[in-house]
Ligand binder design. Structure first.
Ligand SMILES: Nc1ncnc2c1ncn2[C@@H]1O[C@H](COP(=O)(O)OP(=O)(O)O)[C@@H](O)[C@H]1O
Ligand SMILES: Nc1ccn([C@H]2C[C@H](O)[C@@H](COP(=O)(O)OP(=O)(O)O)O2)c(=O)n1
Length: 229
């Protein structure tokens, strides 16, 4: 089974997708972390982020190792463990410049599809991002668009960061401006065909995990017996 979870920044995709994968015994893939890892590699190389050709070249040559175990999702880029480094504000500020590079997207989508295929013999995978239901895995048995009001999303992100780590303006930039930039290349503002929208503004994380697990059960029950593998 493939469960696709798309939505804007801070809507709860990573935490809920991880929770669902753990509960259902599935693999877990955070595709945003892949764009962040490329951003880390580009910044590390010192090249200009606006040089689309050079950026695409870095992405193409990047040795990216991804663990899809929901209890320990780790990322290594060219041999460096970047799991924590890719969460730094300098990455969040710049990642949309990388995610709007169409050559980088084509490269990462291919890698994501390979990781999804590799997870199928183990029962399946929960994949989260912006374009999973529309581009990466339109065949997903369950597609969820996870949303929340911008104020709730900013408050959640603020709560994660050390006190004073970012100003209110920086926080708004990381959430609202980034969504605007990201939505020029991926459609995650309205539910795509067949996707179920869950507005998590007034839900707890546990309630969202429960709701998605319930939808996954219904989706699995809906698969005709002769199509089960
Ligand atoms: N329904 C929820 N209610 C309250 N906080 C939540 C909820 N879902 C997620 N969070 C918290 O909000 C923060 C951002 O969630 P995250 O999963 O990183 O979102 P995204 O991957 O969409 O950016 C995390 O600290 C997470 O624990
Ligand atoms: N499938 C995806 C996943 C992420 N992206 C972009 C959008 C974001 O700006 C970055 C980072 O995504 P990430 O999910 O880590 O961002 P948030 O943690 O939700 O703020 O990558 C994308 O374009 N397509």
């Amino acid at each position: 089974m493939i469960i696709a979870v798309d939505g804007p920044s801070g809507s709860g995709k990573s935490s809920t997708a991880r929770g669902v994968a753990t509960r259902l015994g599935l693999r877990y893939l955070d595709t945003g972390a892949m764009y962040r890892a490329v951003t880390w590699a580009v910044l590390d190389s010192g090249i200009d982020l606006g040089d689309a050709t050079a950026v695409a070249e870095i992405a193409r040559n990047l040795d990216l190792t991804i663990a899809t175990d929901p209890s320990a999702p780790t990322f290594a880029a060219n041999g460096t463990d970047v799991t924590l480094l890719i969460r730094e504000p300098r990455i969040s500020e710049n990642v949309s410049k990388i995610a709007t590079n169409l050559d980088v997207r084509a490269d990462l989508v291919r890698r994501q599809q390979d990781l999804i295929a590799a997870a199928q013999p183990g029962g399946g995978i929960v994949v989260e991002g912006r374009d999973i239901a529309t581009v990466v895995a339109p065949e997903a048995e369950l597609k969820v668009l996870l949303t929340a009001d911008p104020e709730a999303r900013m408050a959640r992100r603020q709560a994660e960061l050390a006190e004073g780590a970012v100003t209110a303006a920086e926080l708004r930039d990381q959430i609202v401006r980034r969504d605007a930039d990201d939505s020029t290349v991926a459609q995650f503002q309205v539910a795509s065909d067949g996707a179920v929208e869950i507005d998590s503004t007034f839900m707890t994380l546990e309630q969202v995990v429960e709701a998605i697990c319930q939808l996954a059960k219904e989706a699995a029950d809906a698969v005709p017996q002769d199509q089960e593998s």
